[in-house]
Design a protein around this ligand. Structure first.
Ligand code: HEM
Length: 177
């Protein structure tokens, strides 16, 4: 068994992490560039929570669940895999992702009263989260790791960075007038 393959001939966890490092770095850079561009459209000020406090209940639930999922997801990505805490936090994370997605079905502010292009992500999260859990339960760890890390990087980090776009609530909290 080499250091890059597991005893079933599959690439080891370490090998997969090494292979995905450029993708993760590219996503981080994309998120950072998006943030810098957005921030250039406003002036940073003390957080003004009014846009959140006056938002609809579905936006509050969506935002709270997304922030918790981001925090818990970061711990999950860094902590050892396959342990009991990983399973407990994993179920909690999957539940939070479903709450994020279900709440977002009822948010229609970008095109008032209509679904927007971001709802494509909603559909993806509603499909990919159960598939990621199912893969783990069937012992298909490669598929499980792909679904879950894809959800974390694309739906929480990249979509999260885009919530700071000018005109959106989080932009107004930190940079708007
Ligand atoms: C850290 C991650 C995330 C944060 C901080 C976040 C935050 C927000 C906030 C504050 C809104 C309210 C409206 C606005 O400002 O435009 C919103 C809207 C929305 N979010 Fe998220 N979100 C995140 C991740 C997600 C994910 C994972 C999904 C998909 C499941 C999603 C789907 C949506 C949709 C569909 C809307 C409504 C857009 C519209 O008005 O058409 N968001 N999000």
């Amino acid at each position: 068994m080499s250091s890059t393959t597991s005893n079933r001939g599959r690439p080891s966890w370490d090998a997969r992490v090494r292979r995905s490092t450029p993708i993760i770095a590219a996503l981080g850079v994309a998120g950072a560039v998006a943030l810098v561009i957005f921030v250039g459209h406003g002036q940073f000020h003390e957080p003004d929570l009014a846009p959140i406090l006056t938002a609809s209940p579905q936006i509050k639930i969506h935002l709270a669940a997304a922030l918790l999922a981001f925090a818990l997801g970061t711990v999950q990505m860094l902590a050892p895999k396959g342990t009991v805490p990983h399973r407990i936090m994993g179920w909690t994370w999957a539940t939070l992702m479903m709450v994020v997605a279900i709440a977002s079905i009822f948010i229609k502010v970008i095109y008032p009263g209509h679904f927007s292009y971001i709802h494509i992500l909603t559909a993806w999260v509603l499909i990919a989260t159960p598939l990621g859990v199912w893969a783990a339960r069937r012992g298909n760890i490669q598929a499980h790791a792909r679904f879950m890390s894809g959800l974390y990087y694309f739906s929480l980090i990249v979509a999260g960075a885009f919530t700071f776009a000018p005109g959106r609530i989080l932009f107004n909290v930190f940079f708007g007038h």
